[in-house]
Design a protein around this ligand. Structure first.
Ligand code: HPA
Length: 244
């Protein structure tokens, strides 16, 4: 079996998949952190790998950028490949003064200006949320490691270059939204519809209020810390299941 975007065979993906946006990040994670990583998909160069991390099977595959892209890849992983947990590991722009570049932001919820939810025919507004199991596990790990982190709403925006960006962002900021990125809401809605688990954790790469941005070296360090939180979450989810 394969899909238009994934040529992996059934069973090729682990129960937990880490999803960075960038395919080269997926390759870096597989080569740096996974044991016996093998390439299971490379349609459009999207780089899907499966290996083990401290004995737990883990996959990593890129999502591409934006809700339509992560919507496709996450749907196929949940629906056709039996994946249970997807952890988006990305970058985000801070929208609040108390958040600093390099901090970690967990998306407890994900607001969006996207029409993705309209496909579900709901008579109201759906609130896309993270899986509590993934969120509480990952936040616990970040705390143990002494990382600076925040938990709250992300804004998953359909545009990176927004014509009225300052005005639009100011309105979301007044609602307490922590940071802006482009995928979490699509992932959370897909997980909800499929009855699966999802979490987006993002390192703050730039600050919308101060204009401050991380250097490539800082991005690498903070990305590594975030990746280790995500990998450790995968391990604990695996152990938790054994005890169920
Ligand atoms: N907008 C959207 N996505 C982002 C940003 C941003 O400013 N920074 C990091 N990801």
């Amino acid at each position: 079996m394969s899909t238009p975007h994934n040529t992996a065979n059934p069973g090729d993906f682990a129960k937990t998949v880490l999803m960075p946006g960038d395919p080269l990040r997926a390759q870096f994670i597989a080569e740096t952190f996974l044991t016996d990583a093998r390439l299971v998909n490379n349609v459009r160069g999207i780089h899907g790998y499966t290996g083990t991390y401290r004995g737990t099977p883990v996959s990593v595959m890129a999502s591409g950028m934006g809700i339509p892209s992560i919507g496709i890849y996450s749907y196929e992983l949940y629906h056709f490949y039996g994946v249970e947990n997807i952890l988006r590991i990305g970058s985000a722009g801070a929208m609040q003064e108390h958040i600093r570049v390099r901090d970690l932001v967990f998306g407890m919820g994900a607001c969006t200006n996207s029409a993705f939810a309209s496909q579900y025919g709901l008579h109201g507004t759906f609130a896309p949320t993270a899986s509590w199991e993934l969120l509480s596990t990952a936040v616990g790990i970040a705390g143990e490691r002494g990382l600076r982190f925040h938990v709250g709403n992300l804004l998953s925006s359909d545009s990176f270059y927004t014509d009225d960006g300052d005005t639009a962002n100011a309105a979301w900021r007044k609602m307490g939204v922590l940071a802006i990125e482009m995928e979490a809401a699509g992932l959370y809605m897909t997980a909800a519809r499929e009855g699966k688990r999802a979490l987006a954790l993002c390192t703050v790469s730039d600050h919308l209020l101060t204009g401050e941005a991380t250097t490539p070296e800082e991005r690498q360090t903070t990305f590594t810390e975030m990746m280790e939180v995500a990998l450790e979450t995968a391990v604990r989810m695996d152990h938790g299941k054994e005890n169920m």
